[in-house]
Structure formats: structure tokens, C-alpha cells
Design a binder for this molecule. Structure first.
Ligand code: PLP
Length: 495
């Protein structure tokens, strides 16, 4: 059955999977969603015998129906290879009665690698299918993790260029080092004198600049996006929920059909939305537990039915979740509105005009799959320390938000179902916050001393991504003012 995607804001704007991946965003500003969510056809017991790539193929072929079997397999083989430091790709680790799904074994040690290692292949395949002749220029604004994962994914991919903008003084030292040392002849990294919002606004302005698009086309370039609103990022994220479930089946920890809870540390709502799609497609998931940090806009939404971004932006120790507009929530809103694009558009207009909207009681009733919770920065640190002292297992700050919320959920409900926590980053990526949570004395050490100390106390190996930084050369030194981003792009492209 051919899968068609349509905009959440206009039922008339439809696209095939490959067209939706190329476009990223619908032209009315809506997000592409499947007109009908497919149902898993291969029994989970059979998928339990497959490896990660084989499971990826079974899942993705249902959503990306205009890719041939060969094309899809080629994309998968090139994405999930020795860039990952574990053959399982996404291993499960049991600690304190729950299963941690470690999504951080890729090139940049955050879960963004799960999708960004395959997106370049999906995108170049889609370009071929749709006879796009131009070189694809990926423009990305990042607050830290997405930039590096996109750079690593697109580095030296033929037919593509990637330009990343980050706030010069707004990312962690390790995050900046990771980006400015990125190799690859087609990569560019630019620090801007401004904050993340400035970077994001500058990129959006370029996407919407029709004159620029024409000039680009003349020179043989076209823009595309590696943002989490691209379905090319969403679909690969469905895979690891199926994979986790089937590993637990294989290990005899779950019986066929038994339900599994999932806890997801959430920012832009992409990761947890993938779990929701997996459930809609027939994976026996129980509660989808949405964990927020002090920026608890989603928690408040699940409590009250009102989404309100008019509040103070709080900097936390889980920066990848510091976000007040969770873009992918729009896909859930569309669905609980009964796939009603008009209704969804009204709410999104209210969000951009007033920063707030309220859903109806009927829509709220359809949120029963979800439970929202939040953890403060102090609770997050306590959770890291307590888990380490009890089990020796060290988790990062984002994952700890999820663990903390899970404990609250259990206390509140007494739910005893087996539970998977999405572990979204390696503790080596947020070493200082993690180590000082365990013992404040560590704050005196420098970043690489902390890395070695973490390896020692956790009995784990320092990931390649961090090891490389010790000797890596800085190759990107461009810095520009926030209102000179377009000129900088034109320079880089030689226009
Ligand atoms: C991006 C990110 C998140 C948030 O994921 P969303 O899909 O945006 O909800 C959580 N943790 C880490 C480490 C991340 O990099």
C-alpha cells in the first residue's frame, strides 16, 4: 500500500515519503504526517530473531513506501555500521529494575545519531528519485547536539554540503570542540554573535527568502533541512522501540503481547512521538511517559490542556531539553483533533500569535496514552547520585530527568509493568554536571580529568568521540554577526 503524507495544516498538500523528506516542512508551515498509520505485519517474535538493520528494514519499509527494497537496505547498511561502537546499535542495560535503552553509541554519543546517521542517505536517495539536479545544502541552527550529529552524518556525503550555525557563547566546551574539529570537505561551522534563537531565526529567514532560492538554483544549489520536523528523522526513531520490545521478548523478559511502558526525556517531542507512532502501528506499549526538566511546558499541557510558552526560559543541566516550543507536538495535536487540519491550524495560529492555546475536552480524552512529569535540576542530580550509589551505573542528565519522573509515576500509580527508559546521551557528553552530581569535589578538575575519572568510577571505556577531541585540530574558525548569516552562506558557497 502506498503511503501518502499530508500537511498538518492543509489536507490538500500531499507528498510521497521521498518528497516529504526532501521538503522537510510543508509549504504552509505545517508538518508532514502519514494519512494513515500502517500496521506492523511481521510477528514480533520473528523480529526478535533479527538484528538492528533487519528490524529497521521491516519498520521503515512500511512508512517509506516509495523507496525500493534495495534503496532502503542500502541506506540502512550505510547508516548502522561501525560508526556505532556496539554491534547491537541500541543495547539495553538493566539497572534498578528498569531497562535503559542506550541510544548513544553512535558517532556523536547522543540519540540524534540514531536518525542523523541515516537521514543523509534517505535524502540523497530521495533527491535521485525525484530528479533533483542541484547540490543539496543543509542549513542547521543548533544549541549543541543536533549540529554535531548532522555534521557527522553529512560529512563527505556526495551531492551535499552542510553549514551549521551555533551561538558562539551558548554551547558547552565539549559541544563546541566537537563541532569546530569536524572534518569533511563539504562541512562548514559558524559561530554567531547571538543566541540560539538568533541562529534559528537567521536560518528560517534564509529558507523563506525566494530571491536567495533563485540565486542558489542558478548556481546549482538547493536548501534542505536536517531538523527534527523532517519525517526522515522521525521514521528511523520508530525502529528502536520495536527493537527494544523484541530484544526483551528474545530474552524472555516479556511474553508476546505483554505491554511495555516507555519513558522519554523530551524537548522537541520527536522521540516520544516516534514511540506513539510505534504504539499506533501495533507495538504493545503501555504508558508513554513524557519527562520534562524545569522548562515544564509539556507537563503543564498534559495537566491542564493548555499549552503556554509565555514563561521564563530556564537554563538547566539538560540543555538539549531547554525548549519552550515543542515543534513535533503539532503532529499529536493534529491526530487528537481527529486528523482535522483546519482545527490544528487554528491552534497553531494562536500559538504563533499569542503563545498559547487550549485544546477541547474531547481532545484531552484522547491523551490517555500519555503521562506528563517533570524533574527539577536538583532532583536530576540526586537521581544520578542515587542510581550510581545503588548500582554503579552512571546516566547522563537528560536520562536522569526521565528516571526521576518514572519514580514519581510509579509512586503515584503503583504501575508494575516492565519499563524502558530512553537513554538519550552518554554521560561523557555532560561530564561536569554528571560528576558533580555524584560528588561536588569533582568541580575542581578540568574537563579531560573528569572524563578519566568517569571512566574509572563507572568501569566504562571513554568513547571514541571524546578520545578524538584530546588531539583534534580546530578546523572551523568562522564567526559572524547574527545579521550577516546570509552573506556568510554566500561566501561559503562561492556565490
Ligand atoms: C534532542 C535531545 C533530547 C530531546 O529529544 P526530542 O526528540 O527533541 O524530544 C533529549 N535528550 C538529548 C540528549 C537530546 O540530544
Amino acid at each position: 500500500m502506498e503511503m501518502i503524507y499530508q500537511s498538518t495544516r492543509n489536507a490538500g498538500e500531499q507528498a510521497t515519503a521521498s518528497e516529504a523528506i526532501l521538503k522537510g516542512l510543508a509549504s504552509d508551515g505545517g508538518l508532514f504526517v502519514p494519512t494513515k498509520i500502517p500496521v506492523f505485519s511481521v510477528p514480533f517474535a520473528r523480529m526478535a530473531e533479527m538484528d538492528y538493520r533487519e528490524v529497521a528494514f521491516e519498520v521503515m519499509k512500511l512508512f517509506l513506501t516509495d523507496f525500493t527494497e534495495e534503496e532502503l537496505k542500502h541506506c540502512i547498511q550505510n547508516a548502522y555500521d561501525e560508526k556505532f561502537d556496539m554491534p547491537e546499535i541500541a543495547p539495553l542495560q538493566e539497572a534498578d529494575g528498569v531497562y535503559y535503552l542506550e541510544l548513544f553509541h553512535g558517532a556523536t554519543i547522543a540519540f540524534k545519531d540514531m536518525a542523523l546517521s541515516i537521514l543523509p542517505h534517505l535524502l540523497t536517495t530521495a533527491a535521485k528519485k525525484n530528479h533533483v539536479k542541484e547540490e543539496i545544502v543543509i542549513l542547521t541552527a543548533t544549541s549543541g547536539d543536533t549540529g554535531k550529529a548532522a555534521l557527522a552524518g553529512f560529512a563527505d556525503v556526495p551531492g551535499t554540503r552542510i553549514i551549521v550555525f551555533y551561538p558562539k557563547d551558548g554551547v558547552s566546551p565539549i559541544q563546541e570542540m566537537q563541532m569546530v574539529t569536524q572534518r569533511g570537505a563539504n562541512t562548514a561551522v559558524v559561530g554567531i554573535r547571538g543566541n540560539f534563537d538568533d541562529a534559528q531565526n537567521g536560518v528560517k529567514a534564509m529558507f523563506n527568502n525566494k530571491e536567495l532560492a533563485m540565486a542558489m538554483k542558478e548556481k546549482g544549489f538547493c536548501f534542505s533541512s536536517a531538523n527534527s520536523i523532517n519525517i526522515g528523522r522521525l521514521v528511523p526513531q520508530i525502529v528502536y522501540y520495536v527493537y527494544a520490545y523484541t530484544r526483551l521478548l528474545a530474552a524472555g523478559k516479556l511474553q508476546e503481547g505483554e505491554r511495555l511502558n516507555v519513558v522519554v526525556p523530551t524537548g522537541n517531542f520527536g522521540n516520544i512521538l516516534a514511540a506513539y507512532y510505534a504504539k499506533c502501528a501495533g507495538l504493545p506499549l503501555g504508558k508513554l511517559i513524557c519527562a520534562s526538566n524545569d522548562n515544564r511546558v509539556l507537563y503543564d499541557f498534559f495537566q491542564s490542556g493548555t499549552y503556554d510558552k509565555n514563561r521564563e526560559f530556564i537554563l538547566t543541566t539538560s540543555p538539549s531539553m531547554d525548549i519552550l516550543i515543542s515543534s513535533n507536538l503539532e503532529r499529536l495535536i493534529y491526530r487528537i483533533a481527529g486528523d482535522d487540519a483546519e482545527r490544528n491550524s487554528q491552534l497553531m495560529r494562536a500559538l504563533s500569535k499569542d503563545g498559547v492555546y487550549t485544546i477541547t475536552d474531547g481532545m484531552r480524552e484522547k491523551l490517555g496514552d500519555f503521562y506528563g512529569g517533570f524533574a527539577t535540576t536538583a532532583q536530576t542530580a540526586q537521581t544520578i547520585k542515587a542510581l550510581y550509589e545503588k548500582t554503579g551505573y552512571v546516566i547522563d542528565t537528560h536520562t536522569a530527568v526521565a528516571t526521576s519522573v518514572y519514580h514519581k509515576y510509579q509512586e503515584e500509580t503503583g504501575d508494575g509493568l516492565a519499563t524502558v527508559i530512553a537513554s538519550t546521551a552518554s554521560p561523557y557528553k555532560f561530564t561536569r554536571s554528571v560528576m558533580t552530581a555524584i560528588d561536588p569535589k569533582y568541580d575542581k578538575m578540568d574537563d579531560f580529568e573528569l572524563v578519566d575519572e568517569l571512566a574509572r568510577i563507572s568501569g566504562t571505556k571513554v568513547p571514541r568521540a571524546i578520545e578524538e577531541l584530546r588531539s583534534a585540530q580546530v578546523v572551523h574558525k568562522l564567526v559572524c554577526d547574527k545579521d550577516r548569516m546570509q552573506e556568510t552562506v554566500e561566501d561559503i558557497l562561492g556565490m
